[in-house]
Design a protein around this ligand. Structure first.
Ligand SMILES: [Zn+2]
Ligand SMILES: [Zn+2]
Length: 774
């Protein structure tokens, strides 16, 4: 038979097209345009479609793929070839994958926030999903958190405990239905259930657990809510009493709590998201975004002393149901865990971990297979700065320039994540917290091996990567993995790894030199000192330290991070006599150091000791200024002094203080000096505004360190400057450096796919290690 105007076409689509309802979407499009043929999953190579029919319809079909693709899919490339019509097909079919294992590599989607269609289903009083909190479809719902192994089929997920009812099964098998082949499909007849329990675990019988839970929250109670990736502690954010109670019970005096608001309008009642922030908030990933606050709608106790608060929107039906009954614009939604341990994920553990903290438990009977914290980010002029990259983003890989080989990296210690490189892609694990005890070390190992299994890696890695610091528990983990796999360990310097993480994210080739600025709290230096304000000349293979913040003594070592006044005193010892320092500090010393004057004498002596540990940490430097301004005398959470300094600086004008960065050049290394500048500030303290000092000091650091980088780049003929390190989450420091470097027509690259802080370091470690063995 001859069909005039008919053609056959083969279409290849690559990108995120697996696990997001892409093949049924193609099926529906083909049916709409009367085309015949098939769609097949090619695993890593994307999706292949072959259609035949009228050329005009084939054209429409191809265009519609791009325009109408499911919201969570991401099309990297569509390639279509037309050929003569052969009348080969009777209908359009979804072919099963050619190879069951193909779904394993690089294509497993992250957890997806509940979609608008499922939200509509939850509103329909006649439907099976009316107010049903586990409503999901092919485009939304848990993925990573619910999967035990691949391929991604229902029997290998947490949904295997809930056999489908007839109605659900019909939809699951119907390619024209939105729930076709969606492993999370369920309904109020066949799916998981919620239950409410009192503090002792006794179930509270009630007709509607959400009505009851919301009533308890409205009355000021704390409720532990089991969610998608773990437990949250929920409390009314508008009520000082609730927030104070939660702070007291968690023994967490100042660390900011994350908030959840029902919608963007509610967010805008207490914060001022710009267009980029609003877009991130409403994205399917639903991260926590740090937003500038306004007014006093939420309690001041939510984020004491800070101008920003972390906010997210509901991403599960459970959260949507709670907010239906809560009339406040925000709830605190902070991770539920035992201090120092990972987030709680089972009902049984919650009863013991959260005992004494929560008043009630809102449980469900669906298992959380993989723990996954909420992601946390800040957006500076449209640029994403991850603080925690987890739910919604992992296990999405980062493409890197090393196209061959496997490496495992364990990261460092704080806000840690591990990483695996497999053939040109880096897969970071979920956020692991601080890897500083056996429990968190176990968690890291299982997360790393879990990722290995999800990636279907069966051979041993070519190399294992860790930090040079012998004292890190993660270095011991590297040893254990090395023994289990027989693979060698390659250690890297902390700030070199930061720099290479930026290079890898941005496609810089392994042997290309960059000038790397790294500003952070602490990393073990090659000379045994604590580094953290560094300019490196770096490739993947090696680095040279060409600039630094000047060394200051760390009297009492780690105590300096806890009591920033120690660093302030240390910064004064070269420019003032002991008596002058006693004078300068005398009104504050009782508050600033636990043992007051007696401790001051010890600190002075330690600071003048030639053998005391030294640091070039920019974090410690900012901390010391925060304590000079009386913002924090004792750090109660990571980054607190510098965060308070930044919040104060927002009200100041750096240009009110004229003091050029003092930079020296000796032995082929630049140093940014800080002690004379501190002396100047102290001498003029009475005529300077605190806000201006705060703004000025940030600018001094930014301009000083970037001037060093510019000098090095010019001298070496290098075009690219990289930025990394946790301090760069600070917007004004980041933008000041960026602006200064761009003026010189240099290219600037930074972390925006992985965290600036140590949560992104495993990427750099694993690239350094792999580059050295392949
Ligand atoms: Zn949905
Ligand atoms: Zn059902």
């Amino acid at each position: 038979m001859d069909y005039p105007g008919s053609v056959e076409a083969e279409v290849h689509v690559t990108g995120r097209v697996q696990g997001v309802g892409f093949r049924p979407f193609i099926y529906r499009l083909a049916v709409r345009y009367g085309l015949r043929g098939y769609v097949i999953n090619l695993g890593d190579a994307g999706v292949e479609v072959v259609v035949e029919g009228l050329e005009e319809n084939v054209d429409f079909f191809v265009k519609s793929i791009q325009v109408e693709a499911p919201p969570v899919s991401e099309i990297t490339e569509i390639h279509s070839t037309y050929r003569p019509y052969r009348n080969r097909f009777k209908e359009f079919v979804i072919d099963k994958s050619r190879n069951g294992k193909q779904a394993a590599s690089g294509i497993f989607p992250p957890d997806i926030g509940i979609c608008p269609k499922c939200l509509m289903d939850m509103e329909d009083p006649y439907g099976r999903w009316f107010e049903y909190p586990f409503t999901a479809c092919a485009w939304c719902g848990p993925r990573f958190t619910g999967v035990r192994s691949l391929p991604y089929d229902r029997e290998r997920t947490h949904m295997d405990a809930f056999p489908l009812c007839k109605a659900c099964e019909g939809e699951y098998k119907n390619p024209l239905n939105r729930r076709f082949d969606a492993q999370g499909v369920t309904c109020s007849r066949c799916g998981p259930r919620m239950s409410l329990h009192d503090a002792s675990g006794e179930e509270i019988r009630t007709r509607d657990v959400f009505v009851q839970a919301a009533r308890l929250l409205n009355e000021g109670s704390i409720v532990a809510v089991k969610g998608i990736g773990g437990f949250h502690l929920a409390a009314l954010a508008t009520n000082d009493g609730s927030v104070a109670k939660l702070r007291a019970r968690k023994n967490r005096p100042y660390q900011p709590f994350a908030l959840m608001a029902p919608d963007l309008a509610a967010v805008k009642s207490f914060a001022t998201p710009d267009v980029f922030e609003s877009r991130a908030l409403t994205s399917w990933q639903k991260p926590i975004v740090l937003l500038k606050t306004r007014g006093r709608i939420v309690s001041d106790l939510v984020a004491p002393g800070l101008s920003r608060v972390g906010v997210m929107l509901p991403y599960s039906g459970i959260q949507v149901m709670l907010f239906k009954r809560i009339k406040a614009p925000a709830l605190i939604m902070t991770s539920g865990n035992k201090a120092g341990l990972p987030m709680t994920i089972t009902n049984e553990a919650a009863l013991s971990d959260l005992r004494g903290v929560t008043d009630y438990f809102l449980f469900h009977n669906r298992k959380i297979v993989n723990r996954c914290d909420d992601s946390l980010m800040r957006i500076n002029d449209g640029q994403v700065a991850f603080i925690r990259r987890s739910r919604g983003y992992m296990p999405d890989p980062v493409e890197i320039p090393l196209k061959k080989g496997i490496s495992f990296a364990v990261g460092t210690e704080q806000s840690n994540a591990a990483a695996i490189i497999l053939d040109g892609r880096c897969y970071q694990t979920q956020y692991l917290g601080d890897t500083i005890n056996l429990e968190t070390l176990d968690y890291e190992k299982s997360a790393l091996y879990g990722m290995r299994d999800l990636l279907n890696i069966t051979r041993n890695p070519d190399v294992i990567a860790c930090d040079q610091h012998l004292g890190y528990m993660t270095s011991q983990l590297a040893e254990v993995i090395s023994q289990e796999t027989g693979s060698q360990i390659i250690k890297s310097q902390h700030h070199h790894a930061h720099t290479v993480s930026v290079c890898a994210e941005n496609g810089v080739k392994p042997d290309e030199s960059v000038v790397g600025i790294t500003l952070d709290g602490a990393g073990y230096g090659s000379d045994g000192a604590i580094w953290g304000g560094e300019v490196l000349l770096s490739t993947y293979f090696s680095f040279k330290r060409v600039g630094q913040l000047e060394y200051l003594p760390m009297p009492g070592g780690d105590l300096c991070a806890l009591y920033p006044y120690r660093m302030l005193i240390s910064g004064l010892t070269n420019v003032f006599s002991d008596d002058e320092i006693r004078d300068i500090t005398q009104n504050h010393i009782r508050e600033a150091l636990p043992y007051g004057h007696r401790e001051l004498d010890v600190v002075l002596k330690q600071s003048r000791d030639m053998n005391v540990l030294r640091t070039s940490s920019s974090g410690r430097f900012l901390d010391s200024v925060a304590s000079l301004l009386g913002l924090t005398y004792m750090r109660t959470y990571e980054g607190e002094p510098a965060m308070r300094l930044e919040s104060l600086a927002e009200f100041g004008d750096a240009n009110q203080i004229n003091y050029e960065p003092e930079i020296t050049y000796n032995n082929k290394k630049y140093e940014l000096k800080t002690q004379n500048m501190l002396k100047y500030l102290i001498k003029n303290k009475n005529i300077l505004k605190k806000e201006d000092i705060a703004a000025f000091v940030q600018k001094y650091l930014a301009i000083g360190i970037s001037n060093i980088a510019i000098n090095v780049a010019k001298a070496e003929g290098i075009r690219t400057v990289s930025l990394s390190g946790g301090v760069l989450v600070n917007k004004s420091i980041l933008l000041e450096i960026t602006h200064n470097i761009k003026k010189q027509e240099l290219r600037i690259i930074l972390n925006n796919k992985t965290p600036f802080g140590d949560g992104g370091i495993a990427l750099g470690q694993s690239c350094i290690a792999l580059a050295s063995v392949i």
